[in-house]
Design a protein around this ligand. Structure first.
Ligand SMILES: NC(=O)c1ccc[n+]([C@@H]2O[C@H](COP(=O)([O-])OP(=O)(O)OC[C@H]3O[C@@H](n4cnc5c(N)ncnc54)[C@H](OP(=O)(O)O)[C@@H]3O)[C@@H](O)[C@H]2O)c1
Length: 303
């Protein structure tokens, strides 16, 4: 038995894209005392029952926290679609900011570890390879809600903000992600138009889930902010093109476009690639998979 198997773990957003991969990683680690909170979805996954808990309902959340008393909280739940936050800013504020505050305050007063998933979109996109010491300056309302919520977590003794880059990989939710939606389209011979002038350090879901669990459970001393990005800076176009070619799809189905020339309801950051310098020091042995590996289904850490 490893030393984290006995911990009570709360995973919020367990029904989401990243949440499901994280639940799978918790199962792989033999963590059995896991509370898997969803928003609305019921059912079970990887042997864990999903428990719908509406995070804006502060008294209900506090009451449930007092009952389950988690040692470790991995908080991935969010209104994660930038367009939805733009259209429903108050709801976005309640879910992304206030719910994070509630969880962080409970963790602080009970001595629990909290790891919170923030985003590369807290930056304004004006340069490459953002470090943990760079000041956030979000352009999107979504990024503003995430940037404002980070402080609730960093104010706690055992809190860690993991700013995550654009995630990619197969979906476990039945609902397509940006990446899996593109791959599904190419499989059917449909084309997709992708921006060539937006740069990220894309990270696959498996590696993200592994790093979140490792940081949450094995390194309670690591607090503050960490950037979890992939090993390479690339455009969205490059990510999708490489993945499509590795999957054997026709690369001509990917149509290049310029974000700078496309009318958008909110300005979009051009380059939010993340520096991995601190991550390489904190988790030097951690594998992060390439688009080719993910596209070919080679997700094990050896393949
Ligand atoms: N996807 C990316 O590329 C990316 C990049 C950087 C950072 N992140 C961050 O990573 C985290 C996970 O993102 P994701 O793409 O996996 O998100 P997602 O697929 O949209 O999942 C969101 C999760 O939050 C839950 N949720 C939403 N509203 C809720 C509410 N009011 N009360 C309780 N739970 C609620 C959803 O539950 P139901 O579906 O059951 O309602 C779902 O489980 C988020 O914090 C996001 O900001 C994502």
């Amino acid at each position: 038995m490893n030393r984290t198997e006995g911990h009570v773990v709360l995973l919020t957003g367990a029904s989401g894209q990243l949440g499901r991969w994280t639940l799978r990683e918790l199962a792989r680690r033999n963590c059995r005392k896991v509370h898997a909170w969803s928003g609305r979805k019921a059912g079970s996954f990887e042997g864990f029952v999903l428990e719908p808990v509406v995070l804006e309902d502060r008294p209900a959340v506090q009451c449930r926290l007092d009952e389950i008393r988690p040692d470790i909280v991995i908080h991935t739940a969010a209104m994660s679609a930038a367009d939805e936050v733009r259209q429903h800013p108050e709801q976005g504020r309640l879910i992304n900011e206030e719910a994070t505050r509630t969880l962080a305050q409970w963790c602080e007063s009970h001595g629990s570890r909290m790891v919170y998933t923030s985003t590369d979109l807290v930056f304004d996109g004006s340069k490459a390879f953002w470090t943990e010491d760079d000041a956030p300056g979000p352009l999107l309302e979504y990024g503003r809600t995430k940037a404002r919520s980070e402080g609730f977590v960093t104010a706690t003794k055992l809190g860690l903000v993991a700013r995550i880059a654009l995630l990619f990989g197969p979906t476990l939710t039945g609902k397509p992600s940006f990446w899996s939606g593109c791959m599904d389209a190419f499989r059917k011979g449909e084309s997709r138009t992708i921006f060539t002038d937006e740069f990220r350090t894309p990270l696959d879901y498996v590696s993200a889930a592994e790093m979140l669990c490792e940081l949450a459970m094995e390194h309670p001393d690591k607090t503050g902010v960490i950037h979890l990005g992939g090993p390479e800076r690339m455009s969205r176009f490059e990510l999708i093109r490489r993945s499509a070619i590795a999957s054997g799809f026709d690369a001509s189905l990917i149509r290049p476009a310029l974000s700078a020339e496309t009318p958008m309801p909110e300005p979009r950051p051009r380059d939010v690639s993340l520096s991995s310098e601190k991550l390489d020091i904190w988790l030097p042995d951690r594998v992060r998979r390439s688009p080719e590996r993910i596209a070919q289904g080679r997700t094990s850490s050896e393949s």
